[in-house]
Design a protein around this ligand. Structure first.
Ligand SMILES: *Cc1c(COP(=O)(O)O)cnc(C)c1O
Length: 231
């Protein structure tokens, strides 16, 4: 685990990258939330964030996240990793948002669990906007139907969309195109439904510039803040 001062240095660099990207596309930095991804790191990673007044973090495994939740308070957690529908009950009321809803079955289970606990669960629909066979997410073609179904779930609140671009470090146009498609889909669903669908969770350490240029409102950054993964 890196020292806190290295984290602070990295945080400054990432913040500067986001600022530069916003300047380039004439966007206000307030429109882009940095979501530090603390997966694979001990709870100290979350403490560093909290010390820097960042109280929202992303985790990709339920078990790992909930064990950290027991060790620190005053932090909100977003689930950014694939969720099996049989774990829906475990996440309701614990995560402030589930970013990875990509099937009808998962929607139903989350809805039932939310209604049973009398909470409204905020979700994003994860879309495989890069049509990458290695990625989870509903296809672009099936996304409108899943969205319509989500709107009928009284226990859920759809805040927007999320995607992970295909891994193509040598070709920035791949992620740019993926993000453009997600934004276009969001605009379409928003105008059809009359809902704002404000959140576009797209962009990570390697492609945050393209994401900001295409309208991202949430950048999920792990390695650029905490270093390369331990696993
Ligand atoms: C790990 C992860 C990230 C962060 O990736 P980095 O490349 O380390 O910034 C972002 N989003 C998801 C869904 C992840 O699993």
């Amino acid at each position: 685990m890196i020292e806190e001062k290295s984290f602070l240095f990295n945080l400054e660099k990432v913040t500067q990258r986001i600022k530069d990207a916003c300047d380039k596309s004439g966007r206000d930095m307030d429109g882009v939330t940095l979501l530090p991804v603390t997966k694979n790191w001990p709870v100290d990673a979350v403490r560093y964030c909290k010390n820097s007044k960042i109280t929202l973090v992303g985790e990709n495994r339920v078990q790992e996240a909930t064990s950290k939740m027991d060790l620190i308070d005053g932090v909100e957690w977003e689930l950014i990793g694939h969720l099996q529908s049989n774990k829906a009950k475990q996440v309701v009321g614990r995560f402030s948002r589930i970013q990875t809803v990509d099937s009808s079955k998962l929607l139903k289970r989350l809805d039932v669990a939310s209604l049973a606990s009398e909470v409204k669960t905020a979700i994003l629909l994860q879309v495989n906007a890069g049509e990458d066979p290695a990625k989870f997410g509903v296809s672009l073609a099936d996304a409108p139907a899943l969205f319509m179904q989500a709107l009928k779930c009284e226990g859920l609140q759809v805040d927007g969309l999320m995607t992970i671009a295909p891994f193509a470090p040598d070709d920035p146009s791949v992620s740019a195109k993926t993000f453009f498609r997600l934004r276009t889909l969001r605009d379409q669903l928003a105008s059809e439904s009359g809902l704002p669908l404000k959140v576009l969770s797209m962009g990570m350490s390697g492609d945050l510039e393209q994401a900001v240029a295409e309208g991202s409102t949430m950048i999920r950054v792990g390695s650029s803040l905490f270093g390369d993964r331990m696993v």
